[in-house]
Design a protein. Structure first.
Length: 121
């Protein structure tokens, strides 16, 4: 397996996060693969729910790190999905086990086998 980059930082002071004590200069690591999946915030956090309300997600960063391309990416995604649904209204997942990437930096599948059709049968 390829080595993953390290995103560890040293805590600047003693603090507490989520009931856990973190000491000054202790290494901490933000695991981006866990973003948007907090079970205390989202019911059934592993389920894709495009109607999820009050979703302050981190998909495009935040504040000074907000992605300038986010509006374009949202428009492109909307166009692609509208055209796919219009052209291929029948979708089904292939009955294969899902295989997740082994990467702490980003969460994702290695593949998502889907069958598209524009006619029943």
């Amino acid at each position: 397996m390829k080595a993953q980059p390290t995103y560890a930082r040293l805590a600047p002071q003693d603090t507490q996060i989520g009931g856990k004590q973190i000491r000054k200069r202790q290494a901490v690591m933000a695991v981006m693969a866990a973003a948007n999946r907090d079970p205390e915030r989202f019911p059934d956090p592993d389920r894709l729910d495009i109607t999820r309300q009050d979703n302050r997600h981190v998909a495009f960063g935040w504040g000074a790190h907000f992605c300038f391309g986010a509006p374009l990416a949202r428009i492109e995604g909307q166009i692609v999905f509208e055209e796919l649904i219009r052209s291929f209204p029948i979708w089904s997942l292939e009955p294969e086990p899902l295989v997740w990437r082994t990467n702490l930096g980003l969460r994702g599948l290695t593949a998502l086998p889907v069958t598209f059709s524009n006619a029943p049968g």
